[in-house]
Write a protein that binds this ligand. Structure first.
Ligand SMILES: *[C@@H]1O[C@H](CO)[C@@H](O)[C@H](O)[C@H]1NC(C)=O
Ligand SMILES: *[C@@H]1O[C@H](CO)[C@@H](O)[C@H](O)[C@H]1NC(C)=O
Ligand SMILES: *[C@@H]1O[C@H](CO)[C@@H](O)[C@H](O)[C@H]1NC(C)=O
Ligand SMILES: *[C@@H]1O[C@H](CO)[C@@H](O)[C@H](O)[C@H]1NC(C)=O
Ligand SMILES: *[C@@H]1O[C@H](CO)[C@@H](O)[C@H](O)[C@H]1NC(C)=O
Ligand SMILES: *[C@@H]1O[C@H](CO)[C@@H](O)[C@H](O)[C@H]1NC(C)=O
Ligand SMILES: *[C@@H]1O[C@H](CO)[C@@H](O)[C@H](O)[C@H]1NC(C)=O
Length: 525
């Protein structure tokens, strides 16, 4: 399996190499103008910001020790239990058959490994929850233009039999209603959505005896402005009373950075490893909706409940270190803008997956394997840490260089700085030598004598696919640690036996930290 993947990967790299030439970074020295004490507009980092996401139909593929080991490696870095969002397109199309012995049967659509398919679940499906005792769940009541209330109530009831109340993050109602008109070939606007949610929520609340703020609303596919009042957007739906009983805990949106198929390193730089592109995408709706909720529904969290790099690009784009660097930049940016959680979404067949739990989608997408985007999660979790700080972006005004600062909640002093160098460099593809940027980061106080530096890195650069898929030449590590199915079932190990933590001295009130092109670091004071 690994050899097939490796041969495929190398063939694609060779093909890309013939046509690509990416310029080296121009700037080699950059000042990071971080305040040394907490700025008033820094936001509290949520301890449970890092989330996981499984497409509903594949819960049982993920229910193994390999997945739990990887998830514990992230969860043990922070203080709050992390959420798994179980949902997606397949969740709106499911039905339940109490007499079925199979976990699930795929009956129509994108069978057997797709998300746009109808699955009939049997009772054993729900055993899939039981291994994830360290994690909370957000489950989804199926919604569609035609409501099947008994089916939805029955499904959620069976989920709650396996997810205790103290581990229930939310009950979402429906998935991507902004796509229903096309998906179900009906007319469907925000009024239809609000009516559907209202009916579904009443039945769920009554039949399951639900109390408190428990519902997750929207789960829209696209960010959009709300000037067309018929559109299914957060503001239009909330203005029409979708949260009239004020029982929502979250308003959720989805995010796929690159919808189109891209294959070249130049495109990867332009559309994926590009902070300005991410900020441009974000500005299509997020700041407006975050401000709207804060002003009108302050208890409703803005979350990215389904996210990925894209859906139709090869692993060199979606399953590589570059994807992980994009994902780290996206998550930290979203956190500093007021988003409360980002769920890292997966499906065994999807190239954007953080890991592939089994061989169910082989040979097209072999597994079990850890994939590069997984590394974003321990990186972001370590930036948050056991005692979450207050975080803010430090503007560097660059497409490819970003910095995020975190301030100690007790002293208010600068405690960590994440530096991400998104300049794309890939071994065997880029023509020039790998460049680097030296960042000058201010020390928080005159008493600070040194800082530690940990790196998210790969010698092969931004198209490194990690050990499981591509072997030792494409290793990826975070602070010297590697995660692999083949080596230790996802438990994680230090490649050189010890954590790779460098110490740098403060000189003239600052530390100088060199970050390679296609690399990220966390500087800790
Ligand atoms: C839950 O997490 C703790 C702390 O990371 C770990 O020690 C424990 O083994 C985990 N339990 C399970 C069932 O994974
Ligand atoms: C509703 O779902 C049940 C299964 O839970 C199914 O048997 C029934 O046919 C569905 N009803 C409609 C109208 O689709
Ligand atoms: C949604 O469409 C219906 C007609 O199908 C219309 O009556 C209603 O006004 C529309 N809602 C909005 C908010 O435009
Ligand atoms: C981001 O912008 C690009 C280019 O305009 C677009 O193709 C992509 O779909 C956008 N992604 C998101 C999440 O809005
Ligand atoms: C990054 O994206 C912005 C906005 O789409 C674009 O103007 C810029 O050229 C891109 N930068 C790179 C390095 O491709
Ligand atoms: C997933 O990645 C593989 C390997 O790079 C590629 O052959 C395949 O086309 C990709 N799948 C999709 C749906 O883009
Ligand atoms: C890559 O990872 C493998 C597995 O942990 C290890 O044996 C090998 O030494 C690593 N290679 C390098 C260059 O670190």
């Amino acid at each position: 399996m690994k050899l097939t993947g490796l041969a495929h990967g190398l063939a694609s790299l060779a093909m890309v190499a013939a046509t690509q030439c990416v310029a080296a970074a121009a700037a080699t020295s950059v000042n990071v103008p971080a305040a040394t004490t907490k700025p008033a507009n820094a936001v509290a980092a949520p301890g449970d910001f890092v989330g996981f996401g499984f497409e509903m139909a594949f819960l049982n593929d993920y229910a193994n020790d390999f997945s739990v080991n990887l998830m514990n490696a992230v969860g043990s870095r922070v203080s709050l239990p992390l959420t798994v969002r179980l949902g997606g397109t397949s969740n709106d199309l499911l039905t339940y058959d109490a007499s079925q012995t199979a976990v699930k049967v795929c009956v129509s659509g994108d069978c057997p490994i797709g998300s746009a398919a109808s699955y009939i679940l049997g009772p054993s499906f729900f055993d899939g929850f039981d291994i994830f005792t360290n994690f909370s769940f957000s489950v989804q009541a199926p919604l569609s233009p035609t409501l099947n209330i008994s089916n939805a109530v029955n499904y959620v009831r069976l989920c709650l039999d396996h997810v205790p109340t103290d581990r229930l993050t939310a009950i979402a109602i429906g998935n991507e209603p902004d796509l229903y008109a096309g998906q179900f070939k009906v007319t469907y606007n925000v009024s239809d959505y609000v009516a559907g949610v209202t009916t579904m929520r009443s039945s769920l609340t009554e039949e399951l005896g639900l109390t408190g703020q428990i519902f997750e609303l929207m789960d829209i596919a696209y960010l959009a402005d709300s000037t067309n009042t018929a559109k299914i957007t957060i503001q239009n739906a909330f203005n029409l009373g979708v949260n009239a009983p004020r029982t929502a805990t979250a308003a959720a949106v989805h995010w796929y950075q690159v919808w189109d198929k891209i294959t070249t390193l130049d495109d990867m730089q332009a559309y994926l490893m590009n902070h300005s592109a991410t900020v441009g995408n974000f500005s299509a709706g997020s700041p407006q909706d975050i401000a709207y909720l804060a002003a009108n529904y302050p208890k409703v969290k803005y979350v990215f409940s389904e996210t990925g790099t894209g859906l139709v690009s090869p692993l060199q784009i979606q399953g590589s270190l570059g994807a992980a660097l994009f994902y780290a930049d996206f998550q930290l940016y979203a956190m500093t803008q007021g988003a409360k959680r980002v769920d890292g979404t997966m499906r065994p067949a999807a190239n954007h997956s953080l890991w592939v739990p089994d061989a169910s989608a082989a040979p097209a997408n072999p597994g079990p394997q850890v994939r590069a985007p997984f590394y974003t999660l321990p990186f972001v979790a370590d930036f948050i840490g056991q005692t979450p700080g207050n975080v803010i972006e430090v503007a560097l005004n660059s497409d490819v260089l970003t910095a995020y600062a975190s301030y100690s909640p007790s002293t208010g002093l600068l405690s960590k700085v994440a530096l991400i160098n998104l300049q794309a460099w890939a071994e065997g593809v880029s023509t020039g030598a790998r460049g680097s940027v030296t960042f000058s980061v201010p020390a928080p106080s005159a008493a600070t004598v040194s800082a530690t530096v940990r790196r998210l890195t790969a010698a092969a650069g931004c198209q490194a696919l990690g050990y499981d898929y591509a072997g030792p030449a494409q290793n990826i590590t975070w602070a010297g640690e590697q995660w692999s199915y083949a080596i230790d079932n996802g438990k994680g190990h230090m490649v050189a036996g010890v954590s790779a933590t460098e110490t740098v001295a403060v000189v003239n009130g600052a530390v100088q930290v060199t970050v390679l092109d296609s690399e990220a670091v966390i500087v800790s004071f």
